[in-house]
Write a protein of this length. Structure first.
Ligand SMILES: Nc1ncnc2c1ncn2[C@@H]1O[C@H](COP(=O)(O)OP(=O)(O)OP(=O)(O)O)[C@@H](O)[C@H]1O
Ligand SMILES: [Mg+2]
Length: 243
C-alpha cells in the first residue's frame, strides 16, 4: 500500500483551476521534493493531502485513510499525517515541552508522564534537548522551526509534509533545519516536501516533482531530473536557480 496515493486530482478556487489532474504515489520511506514556480500549486497540493482544502474531483489516500471532508475521517487522518509550514505557530505562553505535549495530551489522551517522555524523545531527535523548559521567544528562528518539527513528530506520524519550512529563516539558520530533515529522511520517514532549496531536493529527495501551471510537468529520480531536464520549463527553472 503506498503511503500517499493521489489520482487525477482537480482543485479549483472559484473559477481558478489550481490543480489540473495531478496523480502521484509516495511509497513508505520515500522522500519526494516538490518544486516549481510561485503559484504552480505546490502548497495547494500539500493542503489537499491532509484535507485542509477540499478537492473537486479525483482521489487522495494517505496511510490508508481516504481524504474527504468528513470531520471524523479528518481527525483519524491527522493522527497519521504531520504538516509543518513556513511559520512555526508555536504558542508563546507555553514552554517548548508544553507546546509539544499539547496535541498528544488532547487528541490522544496520552498521560502527562508519558507525554513528557515523548517530548524528550522528539526534542532529542531535533537536537534541542536542552530547550525543554524554554519559551519560544527565547529561541532562534531555526530552533523554533525545529520545535515545530518536534511537535509534529510527537504525534508519531506515518507521513510528514513540509511546506517551505526554511523560507522565513536567515540563511545561517537554514542549514540546521535542513539537517534535521535530512536525519528524518535517513531514519526512514515518509516525506513530501515543498522546497526552494534545490541542493537539498537533489541530495536528499529520491524523487523530485516539478509542478507547472497546476500539473506535474516533469518528475523522476532527483539527480537525473536536475542534471537532465526534459522540458524547457524545467530547464529554465533550474538555470534560473529556482523561484
Ligand atoms: N485560498 C485560496 N483562494 C483563492 N486562490 C488561492 C487560494 N490558495 C491559493 N490560491 C491560488 O492558487 C494558485 C496556487 O497557489 P499555491 O499557494 O498552491 O502555489 P505555490 O506553488 O505554493 O506558490 P509559492 O511558491 O508562491 O508558495 C495561486 O494562483 C494562488 O493565488
Ligand atoms: Mg506555496
Amino acid at each position: 500500500m503506498p503511503a500517499v496515493l493521489i489520482d487525477d486530482v482537480h482543485k479549483r478556487f472559484g473559477n481558478l483551476e489550481v490543480l489540473k489532474g495531478v496523480s502521484l504515489t509516495v511509497e513508505p520511506g520515500q522522500v519526494v521534493a516538490l518544486i516549481g514556480r510561485s503559484g504552480s500549486g505546490k502548497s495547494t497540493l500539500l493542503r489537499c493531502i491532509n484535507g485542509l482544502e477540499a478537492i473537486q474531483s479525483g482521489r487522495i489516500e494517505v496511510a490508508g485513510h481516504i481524504v474527504d471532508q468528513d470531520p471524523k475521517h479528518l481527525r483519524e487522518l491527522r493522527k497519521d499525517v504531520g504538516i509543518v509550514f513556513q511559520s512555526y505557530n508555536l504558542f508563546p505562553h507555553l514552554t517548548v515541552s508544553q507546546n509539544i505535549m499539547l496535541s498528544p495530551r488532547i487528541t490522544q489522551n496520552v498521560p502527562q508522564a508519558q507525554a513528557e517522555t515523548l517530548a524528550r524523545e522528539v526534542l532529542a531527535q531535533v537536537g534541542l534537548s536542552e530547550k525543554f523548559d524554554s519559551y519560544p521567544d527565547n529561541l532562534s528562528g531555526g530552533q523554533q522551526q525545529r520545535v515545530a518539527i518536534a511537535r509534529s513528530l510527537a504525534m508519531r506520524p506515518k507521513v510528514m509534509l513540509f511546506d517551505e519550512v526554511t523560507s522565513a529563516l536567515d540563511p545561517e539558520l537554514t542549514g540546521e533545519v535542513l539537517l534535521v530533515m535530512e536525519k528524518l529522511a535517513k531514519g526512514g520517514m515518509t516525506m513530501l516536501l515543498v522546497t526552494h532549496e534545490m541542493n537539498f531536493a537533489r541530495n536528499v529527495a529520491s524523487t523530485t516533482i516539478f509542478m507547472h501551471q497546476g500539473k506535474i510537468w516533469e518528475s523522476g529520480p532527483s539527480r537525473e531530473l536536475f542534471s537532465n531536464p526534459q522540458t524547457p520549463e524545467l530547464r529554465n527553472f533550474v538555470s534560473a536557480g529556482a523561484h
